[in-house]
Design a protein around this ligand. Structure first.
Ligand SMILES: [Zn+2]
Length: 82
């Protein structure tokens, strides 16, 4: 069996400055801000409201697993023959 290389999703553009997820403004204060990663308390509350109202959907359970089929398991016992 051969495993195909799954490339393409590994590159992420370097982040220069964090941006407010709500209004997409560049944050000037950075990590020291009490409302990070938001630009203001207002945006932080707005984002929290989005979560509470269900506008954001958490995509859980989307983990890909490789399932080995029982047929591929070699048990070391050959076919019975007399
Ligand atoms: Zn904002």
């Amino acid at each position: 069996m051969e495993m195909a290389a799954d490339g393409g999703h590994a590159s992420v553009p370097a982040m220069t400055a964090p941006r407010c997820p709500t209004c997409d403004v560049r944050l000037a204060t950075g990590l020291e801000s009490p409302v990070f990663p938001f630009c203001s308390q207002r945006c932080k509350s707005a984002d929290l409201g989005n979560w509470l109202t269900g506008r954001y959907v958490i995509d859980a359970g989307a983990v890909e697993e490789e399932s080995a089929s029982p047929a591929d398991l070699g048990d070391g016992q050959g076919p019975p023959h007399e």
